[in-house]
Design a protein around this ligand. Structure first.
Ligand code: IVH
Length: 744
């Protein structure tokens, strides 16, 4: 047995070494054949001795079972974004503000290429890969560990003899230009829709639930920043990058250090001139203060650090011909004109459509069908038409009149359209318009709403077309037979949905019944309500009935109106002296809806700072306009209809206390480190680890003095428990563990 262990260790070490040479150094020492021989020997040995397989073994890169969804986890340290600038004047202001704060002390900047990809935070504990999170909203991101593990150049174990206890390496996942081009070729050959650009392809790939598919995509990862670090001292950006390289984490080759403003502009110019020599897309440069002590002094805002700046290249532009203008109908009936373009290649992708926003925009720029137009693409935004080359305009063209073009009728339902007085937009007011129904159903089923992945747009379209559903809640009256027989193809070439998919969809719908209030609020498509608002409302209300008539929302509306008006002097005199909220606390008496204390307690109200120096000022987690929009929605016809139908279906989504309790348990495990050993009967180790992390805890590979609990499943070796006892670490069994998770 010891011989086998020894050989396994050797093989893993050798494979890691050769992976590093191949992927990082681009200087392999052995042939592919020799490498394959090592790999299959390891695989065979592990197959014969599954108990000796370790999580960081090179064979564990591709998980064989798809996930049912991503677990969202907190970032220990928020993942900030960067403030962007497009010009030197802004950059000079940045440099001046840095110098001012540092009182003229010498400052060293690093200049790095800005990779146009998707940011990621990869966590290593004691040198072993444990988790990869997307940026998400900066506070919490999706656990995409299984997908990141498929990236061959990413070490599953750091190449260090004494790895730090914790290292969160942050960087960018991307596809090289070549990798992306090949991927799109393959897709087109297989009759699949090509990706618009490498960044979209990367983002789409990271969202795949099946790591086996991810493994076939050419993802790469490069690191440039840090999150949580424990057991390691780094003082500068240069040291950090050096440490990353030593640990086997890939960094960029191009780096310049400069000490003054001319130095910055020179480096930026050099980078821009060489930007096409990179094997991947870069969309600018990042200028960072090198010293971490100076970074501390410079601080950060909620969004971005004050010690760094992204310098983005101006969006790229090119000319093409406007073949036609079509009109899209959105979820709320807003009609958006779309430019149908002669396909052109621009900044890494092929463009054949661009948004024209609205009639005013078309009139202002005098955009006509047949025109040669200048289009631009700035990073992630949809391509837009900048201007028209009037000198190239064909004779006889006419100004484009949106309404005349449509014959004042909706292109989807044919009903009359109206001009929305509130916006510059034209709208289709028909709530039964098929295009709107379609968008609403897509919205209802979206991942951030009720997450019905088996209800794709093809299925939704077929259901609408056959008249089986008109609006989201009609989905609940579908039968298995109806769904199974649903034809997704054509009359001539039928393709039925089938009983298996039908059952899956019905199960997904059934699951929505117990989904939290926040998800339902999101799914209903209430004007002004995005996922953050849905979350806040869901957290602070028990159910829809309470939301519909919410004292809290009304409280927010009147409190903020009172603040706008300025509160009466009498209110100020009654203010508790030590309260940060000052006079606003007495506002309860005046408005008698809900007290400011209540709102503070619920986390809906926070002290703010006002530029004009007013001593007391509050901000709310849900804005007054949004609060009013929610109240209006439920008072109106659409909201009332939703409430009635949900009641008929006995769907009563729960929020409030349950949600608040969930938030409380969410941090129940924070600061606790678990080690899992033996076999758990109720779940596999991956899910156990994901659950621990979701509740704020962390998972380590081996017992140490930093371990809080050793979870001993069945067949736990005496060695592990022995070590735990020796170190005074609590050993718990599966039942106790489930209790901690709040599962039993
Ligand atoms: S540093 C706290 N360095 O650009 C700041 N970011 O527009 C950490 N990015 O969210 C970011 N290349 O995803 C940094 N060399 C680089 C980068 C880089 C690309 C991305 C990153 C960030 C975004 C901001």
């Amino acid at each position: 047995m010891d011989e086998i262990r020894e050989r396994l260790l050797q093989l893993r070490q050798a494979i890691r070494h050769h992976d590093h040479l191949y992927y990082q150094e681009a200087s392999p020492e052995i042939t592919d054949r020799e490498y394959d021989a090592l790999y299959s020997e390891l695989k065979d040995l592990e197959r014969q001795h599954p108990e000796l397989t370790t999580a960081d073994s090179p064979t564990q890169r591709i998980s064989g079972t798809p996930l049912s969804g991503f677990v969202t986890c907190l970032h220990r340290i928020p993942m900030l974004s960067l403030d962007n600038t497009y010009n030197n004047a802004d950059l000079l202001r940045f440099h001046e503000s840095v110098s001012r704060t540092l009182r003229g002390a010498p400052v060293l900047y690093t200049i790095e290429p800005k990779i146009d990809g998707v940011s990621i935070s990869v966590r290593y504990e004691n040198g072993v890969f444990v988790q990869a999170l997307t940026r998400g909203n900066g506070k919490e991101g999706d656990d995409v560990s299984a997908n990141l593990k498929t990236i061959a150049s990413l070490p599953l174990r750091l190449m260090l003899d004494n790895p730090p206890a914790v290292l969160e390496a942050r960087g960018e996942v991307f596809m090289s230009r070549l990798g992306f081009a090949r991927l799109n070729e393959q897709r087109q050959a297989a009759g699949e829709e090509p990706f618009a650009n490498a960044r979209n392809a990367t983002a789409g790939t990271l969202k795949l639930l099946d790591a086996r598919l991810v493994a076939r995509r050419p993802l790469e990862v490069i690191f440039y920043a840090q999150g949580e670090i424990e057991g390691l001292e780094v003082n500068t950006q240069q040291e950090l990058l050096q440490f990353f390289r030593k640990a086997g984490l890939k960094t960029q080759d191009w780096l310049r250090t400069v000490t003054d403003f001319p130095g910055i502009t020179e480096a930026l110019l050099e980078l821009r001139q060489n930007k096409n020599l990179f094997s991947y897309d870069i969309d600018g440069a990042v200028i960072k203060v090198d010293s971490f002590v100076q970074r501390q002094l410079l601080g950060q805002t909620a969004r971005a650090p004050s010690w760094a700046k992204a310098y983005k290249y101006e969006p790229e532009r090119c000319e093409t011909r406007l073949k036609d203008i079509t009109v899209q109908v959105g979820r709320t009936g807003v009609l958006t004109p779309v430019a149908e373009l002669e396909a052109v290649f621009l900044a890494g992708s092929t463009i054949s459509r661009a948004t024209l926003h609205n009639q005013d925009e078309i009139t202002r720029k005098d955009i006509r069908i047949g025109d040669t137009v200048l289009i631009e693409k700035a990073g992630e935004v949809i391509p837009a038409v900048v201007s028209v080359r009037k000198e190239k305009r064909p004779a006889g063209s006419e100004p484009f009149d949106f309404v005349a073009h449509l014959g004042k009728r909706c292109p989807s339902c044919g009903g009359e359209i109206i001009r929305d007085p509130q916006f510059v937009a034209w709208r289709c007011p028909n709530l039964q318009c098929p295009a709107q129904n379609m968008r609403r159903i897509e919205y209802f089923a979206a991942r951030n709403a009720l997450d019905i992945s088996s209800l794709g747009s093809v299925v939704a379209e077929a259901l609408l077309e056959k008249g089986l559903v008109q609006e989201p809640l009609d989905l609940f009256s579908l039968t298995l037979d109806q769904l199974a027989a649903l034809n997704l193809g054509t009359e001539d070439e039928p393709r039925v949905f089938g009983p298996k998919n039908a059952a899956k969809l019905l199960a997904a719908l059934e699951r929505t019944r117990t989904m939290p209030l926040a998800s339902w609020l999101q799914a209903m498509g209430i004007p002004e309500v995005g996922s953050a608002t849905a979350y806040q409302i869901g957290r602070t209300h028990r159910n829809l009935a309470e939301v519909a008539n919410s004292a809290k929302l009304r409280g927010i509306v009147s409190l903020m109106a009172a603040q706008e008006r300025g509160l009466p002097a009498s209110a100020i005199s009654q203010a508790p002296a030590d309260s940060v909220f000052g006079e606003l606390f007495s506002w309860k008496k005046a408005e008698a809806v809900v007290s400011a204390e209540d709102l503070v307690f619920l986390g809906l109200l926070k002290p703010g700072s006002r530029k004009d120096g007013a001593s007391y000022y509050v901000t709310t987690a849900i804005g007054p306009k949004t609060a009013q929009a929610v109240l209006d929605f439920f008072a109106g016809e659409t909201g009332q209809a939703w409430l009635k139908k949900l009641a008929d279906l006995s769907i009563d989504p729960q929020g409030g206390e349950t949600a608040v309790a969930a938030v409380e348990t969410a941090s129940a495990l924070s600061g606790k480190t678990f080690v899992l050993t033996g076999t758990l009967t109720s779940m596999d180790r991956e899910s156990a680890a994901a659950k621990i992390r979701a509740l704020g805890g962390s998972v380590a590979a081996a017992v140490s003095k930093n371990t809080t609990y050793l979870v001993a499943g069945e067949n736990t070796g005496a060695r592990k428990t022995g070590k735990a006892t020796e170190l005074g670490v609590a050993v718990i069994d599966e039942k106790q563990f489930l209790e901690m998770l709040g599962e039993k």
